[in-house]
Design a protein around this ligand. Structure first.
Ligand code: ATP
Length: 585
């Protein structure tokens, strides 16, 4: 049995080195399980965050925010050199971790306890205001000076936001299940707690301290985001009713804006983006609308921020709203592009979670407590059991400049399934391409070297879907078309942060499709394609007996989806569903 002593940062870095060296996902889980099993209750959360390249839960503002320049300056200070040699080494090695190991020569003062490293990093993150860059640089340099070479490597990567271990939340939950519940088959119980808390460190701590009952007691809490429920898609609009399976369904307007989860706690309002980052500062107008228009003291709403032009009564394009994504001159831009909030769900009200209430109950209560006006209102919708009614409403949405519809089950068990993509919610958007009723969001895991006109950039990128069950990224296509010249030239810079030396453990790639360069699954790209076909090359839904997977034909670049994480990409199961429906198999 493992004895729990204070974990040294060096134990973590030794594990990280082994994680980077393995290409087996099972081994990765086992290595992590061993590491987690040895941690104390005070440390286990920290270990989880650091493995994911962070120092706190994703939604918290405990963000290192140091960036390349300050990291480089701290390395220079610890190495006793000017910034110039650090920058030269960074250009050569492409990794601040390797730069720190090469340039800092002072003897380490001894292995650092994880908790001390974490405390130091939290202080660095907390420094703000004038002179804070200097404070951050000095504090990081002090940590780097005391550290051993492998510790320096990972401290620098952590600070620069480039851990590149290739470990995702699901792998970590698998490892927790293996370490404390005997098998990764137990992951769903942990996943549920993670979905409603968005804090894997909390799940780990409760699991270690109180076992499964502790994890099950994790409840919805204000100012802590719930992972959003997602939609499925179908090949034909006529399939929607049957797929959802309730006699009547709600057909809601689908807005092309930014998903916002609003937490109201008296006058205190917090807003979270789809990726669960705190965007309260970006939307002072929505904060005001929520504070003013919700008649209960505490509530959590799910909805969409849209740029609606009240003068013309039309929706402005997504790109217009994206001008609100900024930290400076917020109020000026808020005046130019005011945001309207369309609430489509109620997750919590007056101290009670609504997640396990049916959609009709949640919606009824939403309408009671939301005293709407033109700035904030429940999503427009109809309730129907008639297929023609759905089509007519869809067409009216398109006419009004909306993106499409989202159809929702009205059955008794139509609970809010945090973090899940199930058949209770189905979206239908205007057709982009015959055969496929929507674009796919794929993860870039590789690239081929550019030749001829593309010398100096990449020729094509290797794109993968996310297989949630197996926690793998499986290839779907190589994509070289649709890029503008500017997009193309920018590819190496855009993907540089995810470059790794070897095939990432969670990337499943057939040797014939092996790229010249590998990327840790991080960047999500929206791809348009003609149809899904079977393929002996691509590994999406790989059938080992028939040696066939699924591929996307004629892929074309549409845009980068930086607001999505790799695990939020289109899943292998969704692609299988598109294929089956298209070919009736
Ligand atoms: P898309 O690219 O189609 O916006 P997505 O991949 O970001 O979708 P999905 O869950 O597949 O996410 O699609 C639902 C998205 O549509 C939600 O994330 C939300 O932002 C948006 N949306 C707009 N209107 C609604 C609505 N009435 N109900 C649910 N989601 C809605």
């Amino acid at each position: 049995m493992n004895k729990r002593l204070t974990v040294k940062f060096a134990t973590l870095t030794a594990c990280f080195e082994r994680l980077e060296a393995t290409s087996s996902q099972n081994e990765m889980t086992t290595l992590l399980a061993r590491l987690l099993a040895a941690a104390t209750p005070d440390e286990i959360g920290i270990v989880c965050y650091v493995v994911l390249g962070a120092i706190g839960p994703g939604y918290s503002d405990v963000n290192l925010g140091i960036g390349d320049r300050t990291t480089a300056a701290a390395i220079a200070l610890a190495a006793g050199t000017d910034p110039a040699p650090v920058e030269a080494a960074a250009r050569e090695l492409g990794d601040y971790g390797d730069v720190a190991v090469r340039l800092i020569a002072t003897p380490a003062t001894g292995p650092l306890p994880v908790a001390d490293v974490h405390r130091g990093l939290v202080e660095i993150a907390g420094a703000s205001g004038p002179g804070s860059v200097e404070v951050k640089k000095n504090a990081l340099a002090a940590l780097l000076t005391a550290a051993t070479p492998p510790e320096r490597r990972y401290l620098s990567r952590l600070a620069a936001g480039e851990m590149r271990l290739g470990v995702g939340e699901m792998t970590l939950l698998d490892a927790l299940a293996e370490a404390f519940l005997g098998s990764k088959a137990e992951r769903p119980a942990l996943e549920h707690a993670y979905n409603i808390s968005s804090d894997i460190g909390l799940v780990a701590r409760m699991l270690l301290e109180e076992g499964l009952p502790g994890v099950q007691a994790i409840a919805v809490t204000l100012h802590r985001p719930i992972r959003p429920m997602l939609t499925q898609r179908v090949a034909r609009i006529s399939e929607i009713l049957e797929r959802i399976g309730s006699p009547v369904i709600a057909v809601e307007e689908k807005y092309d804006g930014e998903r916002i989860q609003a937490h109201k706690d008296g006058d205190d309002v917090t807003l979270f983006s789809r990726r669960l980052t705190d965007v309260t500062g970006q939307y002072p107008d929505i904060v005001r609308h929520v504070r003013r228009s919700i008649s209960v003291d505490t509530a959590i709403l799910d909805g969409e921020a849209v740029a609606f032009d009240h003068a013309t009564g039309t929706y402005r394009p997504f790109q217009t709203l994206m001008r609100r994504r900024r930290k400076h001159r917020v109020s000026e831009v808020a005046d130019e592009v005011p945001a309207t909030y369309r609430a489509f769900d109620l997750l919590y009200a007056d101290g009670e979670s609504y997640l396990c209430r049916s959609y009709p109950d949640r919606r009824a209560r939403l309408e009671e407590i939301l005293v709407g006006d033109e700035h904030i209102s429940p999503a427009g919708r109809i309730v129907t059991g008639d297929a023609d009614g759905i089509t007519a409403f869809y067409l009216s949405c398109i006419e009004r400049g909306l993106e499409g519809i989202v159809c929702k089950s009205c059955a008794e068990d139509s609970f809010y399934r945090a973090g899940a993509r199930e058949w209770q919610w189905i979206k239908w958007k205007s057709d982009y391409a015959p055969g496929i009723s929507d674009t796919l969001d794929l993860v870039v895991i590789g690239a081929s070297a550019g030749r001829g006109k593309r010398a100096g950039t990449y020729g094509s990128v290797l794109c993968a879907a996310y297989n949630h069950e197996e926690d793998l990224f499986q290839t779907v296509c190589g994509m070289g078309t649709g890029f503008s010249d500017v997009d193309l030239a920018d590819l190496p810079r855009r993907l540089a942060g995810a470059r790794v030396d070897r095939q990432p453990a969670r990337a499943m790639v057939n040797p014939q499709a092996a790229p010249d360069f590998w990327f840790e699954p991080r960047y999500v790209v929206e791809v348009l394609g003609l149809e899904i076909t079977q393929s002996p090359v691509h590994t999406c839904n790989w059938d080992p007996e028939r040696r066939r997977g699924l591929a996307l034909r004629f892929p074309r670049f549409v845009r980068w989806r930086d607001e999505k994480g790799p695990e939020e990409a289109t899943t292998a199961a969704e692609i299988a569903a598109i294929f089956r429906r298209r070919w009736g198999v």
